[in-house]
Design a protein around this ligand. Sequence first.
Ligand code: CU
Length: 70
Amino acid sequence: MMESTTLIAPDISCEHCQHAIEGAVGKLERVSQVKVDIRAKAVHIDFDPKIVTLTKIEEVLDDTGYTVAK
Ligand SMILES: [Cu+2]
């Protein structure tokens, strides 16, 4: 069963950020969709929480340079 979440990463500012995030998070197993909304600084993710945890996704975002706001 897939789950959807929206994370806010305040450092998102342009299409470069969008592509970096969609590339990095999209590579994760059982992430079926990643969509970045540049203006909202938001990342919409559909994922299978049994295979890939939210913590893992946040780690990948952090490693890519986009720390998730809490
Ligand atoms: Cu950018």
